[in-house]
Design a protein around this ligand. Structure first.
Ligand SMILES: C[S@@+](CC[C@H](N)C(=O)[O-])C[C@H]1O[C@@H](n2cnc3c(N)ncnc32)[C@H](O)[C@@H]1O
Length: 431
């Protein structure tokens, strides 16, 4: 239907032109689409076009005699939607063209343009796709700076990483260990005809064979289960919280890891969850409420603890720092459009500031777990190396496990390995 394509074009314009995240842009429009199958179609178009944006844009450039003006971004998005459907979706060719043309509504020049471009694409599809395949950068649909960065850090794995970034990730769920366990929940899933497998190296994690709506997961509303990638679930296990301890989750929103920690030790620990973003903290509270868990939730800047904590120190600190998120591109493909190379150094500075500030809040003998969903060494092992060079009372605890790979400091999961998002952990103890 043309109106669905129009909605998708509006969402994509918000991402490409206004710099909004795809999740926020989609949330703002999907509420007003009543039918679930229509919402799914809009979502599929938007995720698909964003995932292959750089490649589709290259093909579009070959088909246009002059670039479209900025004010016609919506028309450009319709053109990309049209090409995407013809190349990647099982939509009938006739519908893909005619419905996309109709979505241009009253702009008659745009209707003719879309019609002509899509028909030319169909005539020249084979040669255009080959041109895109032959161009090393365009083929993988990543910006040049990003390919260079990944190549520099992971020269042998770069091709696999670029491929993994464009794949649809699996749906991983976390069993609430205060209510159930992996085996019991697997049985429940089986009874509900949902095929799934336990993750052997993470006691709370299950991967579904195909994604389902969360409402279909048995006990979801009652807090028996949450959606969370396996790599993120590892944090709770690695933090190794003991009964009676005080835990600080810095940079906690939307609260996935806060909840995962509490689910393992519900009654006996005191949990403080801090985040700078008040809006995102609302989601921490909602998540905790659904899971029937409690924490002291505070809005504050992790780099300036004196603004939100007095003399309190903690036995355990989880530091899930703001990062480039390059390990979760498969879940958030808009990162390839929105992230700038200059962001990385800025983030690196903030990460080190937060790490240094958090260290002051740790009790002697206490453990700090540093985490990112990045695959870049400068945010990960190099960051820990710098930190250990400046703090004489910090020592690394070597992370062994059947997951990821040991690095000079910490442990790295590369995107797609063992079905996980790209993630990094390093564990430090205060002497
Ligand atoms: C990777 S996300 C955290 C994800 C979260 N730990 C979870 O598992 O659900 C990073 C968070 O850091 C927060 N943040 C960014 N800068 C911060 C700062 N200076 N102080 C505290 N939080 C910050 C962001 O608002 C964001 O929620």
């Amino acid at each position: 239907m043309s109106s669905l394509r129009k909605v998708a074009a509006t969402v994509l314009s918000k991402v490409v032109k206004d710099g909004q995240s795809l999740t926020v842009a989609l949330d703002s429009v999907l509420e007003s689409v009543p039918e679930a199958k229509d919402r799914a179609f809009i979502q599929a178009l938007c995720y698909g076009v964003v995932r292959y944006y750089h490649r589709l844009d290259f093909i579009l450039q070959q088909l246009l005699s002059k670039p479209l003006r900025n004010k016609d971004t919506d028309i450009k998005m319709l053109l990309l939607i049209g090409i995407y459907q013809l190349q990647y979706m099982r939509v009938k060719t006739h519908a893909a063209v005619s419905e996309t043309v109709s979505a241009a509504k009253k702009k008659s020049w745009a209707k003719s343009l879309i019609n002509a471009v899509l028909r030319q694409y169909m005539r020249e599809q084979e040669q255009l796709e080959k041109q895109a395949d032959d161009n090393k950068l365009v083929a993988s649909s990543h910006p040049e700076w990003l390919v260079n960065k990944i190549t520099k850090d992971w020269p042998e794995q770069v091709q696999k990483l670029l491929l993994e970034n464009n794949k649809q990730p699996p749906m991983a769920i976390r069993v609430n260990l205060s209510q159930s366990n992996q085996q019991a929940y697997l049985k429940l899933l089986e009874e509900n005809s949902i095929s799934a497998n336990a993750v052997p190296f993470c006691s709370s994690a299950i991967i579904l064979e195909s994604p389902v709506a969360v409402e279909k997961l048995p006990g979801f509303t009652e807090g028996m289960v949450s959606v969370q990638d396996t790599a993120a679930q590892l944090a709770a296990e690695l933090l190794d919280v003991k009964a009676g301890q005080s835990v600080l989750d810095l940079c906690a929103a939307p609260g996935g890891k806060t909840a995962a920690i509490l689910e393992r030790q519900v009654e006996s620990i005191s949990m403080t969850a801090v985040d700078i973003d008040e809006g995102r903290l609302k989601r921490v509270k909602e998540n905790l409420q659904r899971l029937k868990l409690t924490a002291n939730v505070i809005a504050g800047d992790a780099a300036k603890p004196s603004e939100w904590v007095q003399d309190q120190k903690f036995d355990r600190i989880l530091l899930d720092v703001p990062c480039s998120a390059l390990g979760v591109i498969r879940r958030h493909p808009d990162i390839k459009i929105l992230r700038r190379e200059s962001d990385i150094e800025e983030l690196q500075t903030i990460q080190q500031q937060i790490l240094q500030a958090a260290w002051e809040l740790l009790l002697p003998g206490g453990i700090l777990l540093y985490a990112t969903c990045s695959i870049l060494k400068q945010e990960n092992e190099q960051q820990i190396e710098t930190f250990l060079n400046t703090q004489s009372n910090a020592e690394e605890i070597i992370l062994d496990g059947d997951w990821g790979e040991k690095r000079s400091f910490g442990r790295q999961v590369l995107t797609g390995n063992q079905n996980m998002d790209g993630f990094y952990y390093a564990k430090l103890v205060k002497k």
